[in-house]
Design a protein around this ligand. Structure first.
Ligand code: GLU
Length: 408
């Protein structure tokens, strides 16, 4: 998917073949196998990866994912997407991604900490506050980032807050970082709605996924006047055409054993039914490859705003486009997280911290400005928003590469 999307942008940009080849490959990939002593005394060996795609515009940046299905190819695609994402919103980073093949539900907190600290030590040969800065992704959170920061600090002999972002506020995290991705999704959705003449107030929204991105996007969309009619988590989906109480789902059901499907006043539906619900906006905010050639024809939303990375396959993109459905692509729609990660890193390096209002205002300004640039490029090239975002992102990276020249 990632390489196909790059190839489309390369054609629009008339990209030199050699340069296209450079951009289609990761700069560095490391695979680590490392042992963890489990609570029962047995040793378990885990496999993890850190991939840095491109460093032309700055140090690399991107999350660490803990999930049983990860592999080095998926991690590489996610690293490449981070490169374009940082370039689309014009923050001075290249893309990276890390992951460990693990089901965190099977680990105790102590085992999770040991796995995290050992993985951090294994990848420290390429990670650092000036070279490659991790952040949370699926299966990781602020606590995991705190352990990574502590591990690097212990090994270097001084506290090094800038080595990861998405940390707890108490130890160098930024105000607004937890909400940033969801907030950015809602800002992008608001801009897209305005462009197609849709009233956000009263718009019916469906959110796939109730993790950090989906739950916050749902809550902020509700606060902005939308009616969230359907949501899902890994266990199933729920629907109520009159609207679901997101704040209550968040505080009373999310993260508990049964999850949000325990909420009584709704209809239980399948994931496929959720994606096909009659609604105005759909925020796929779970995992990759959810809207595919098989189900894209059933999507009834007028707008799809990608909270997840890679939720729509290239085949599905064509189907949605033929149906006149506007897709705000991941590299723009979910960039709010890495934008506030950038703010966090800047604050850490300067030891000077901002108020939440300032963070949110700066984030909103970047999201709106980037949206406007992508929208204008879309109109100029008479294409879809994903291709337009790639045209901008790939061009910025390609220009930096050419300007720097090839060493030696
Ligand atoms: N994991 C997030 C993403 O995919 C955030 C990355 C970051 O903040 O560095 O965009």
């Amino acid at each position: 998917m990632a390489r196909d999307q790059l190839a489309v942008a390369a054609r629009y940009l008339n990209l030199d073949e050699g340069l296209h080849e450079v951009l289609s490959r990761p700069k560095r990939q490391i695979i680590v196998n490392f042992p963890v002593v489990m609570d029962n005394g047995e040793v378990q060996v885990y496999e993890g990866y850190r991939v840095q795609h491109n460093t032309s515009r700055g140090p690399t940046k991107g999350g660490i994912r803990y999930h049983p299905d990860v592999d080095v190819d998926e991690t590489t695609a996610l690293a490449m997407w981070m490169t374009w994402k940082c370039a689309v919103v014009n923050i001075p980073y290249g893309g990276a991604k890390g992951s460990v093949k693990v089901d965190t539900k099977l680990l105790s907190k102590r085992e999770l900490e040991k796995l995290t600290r050992r993985f951090a030590s294994e990848i420290n040969i390429i990670v650092g506050e000036r070279s490659d800065i991790p952040a949370p992704d699926i299966g990781t959170n602020a606590q995991v980032m705190a352990w990574i920061m502590d591990t690097f600090s212990m090994q270097s002999g001084y506290t090094m807050p800038g080595v990861v972002t998405g940390k707890p506020i108490e130890m160098g995290g930024s105000q607004g970082r937890v909400e940033a991705t969801g907030r950015g999704v809602v800002v992008a959705a608001g801009e897209a709605a305005r462009m197609i003449g849709m009233d956000f107030n009263g718009a019916r929204v469906v959110v796939q996924g109730f993790g950090n991105v989906g739950s916050i996007a749902a809550r902020l969309a509700e606060e902005a006047g939308a009616i969230v009619v359907g949501v899902s988590d890994a266990r199933g989906a729920i629907y109520n055409p009159k609207g679901l109480p997101i704040a209550e789902l968040y505080s009373k059901y999310a993260g508990r054993d049964g999850g949000i499907i325990e909420y009584p006043d709704c209809e239980k539906i399948t994931n496929e039914e959720l994606l096909a619900l009659d609604c105005d906006m759909l925020f796929p905010s779970a995992i990759a490859a959810q809207i595919t050639a098989e189900n894209a024809g059933n999507v009834k939303a007028k707008l799809v705003v990608e909270g997840a990375n890679g939720p729509t396959t290239p085949d599905a993109d064509h189907i949605l486009s033929d149906k006149g459905i506007m897709v705000v692509p991941d590299v723009l729609a979910n960039a709010g997280g890495v934008v506030v990660s950038y703010f966090e890193w800047v604050q850490d390096l300067q030891n000077f911290f901002w108020e939440e209002d300032e963070v949110n205002k700066k984030l909103e300004r970047i999201m709106k400005h980037s949206f406007a640039q992508v929208y204008a490029t879309m109109q100029q090239h008479k294409t879809d928003m994903r291709t337009a975002a790639y045209i901008i992102g790939v061009k910025r990276v390609a220009d930096a590469t050419v300007m720097r020249g090839i060493f030696p």
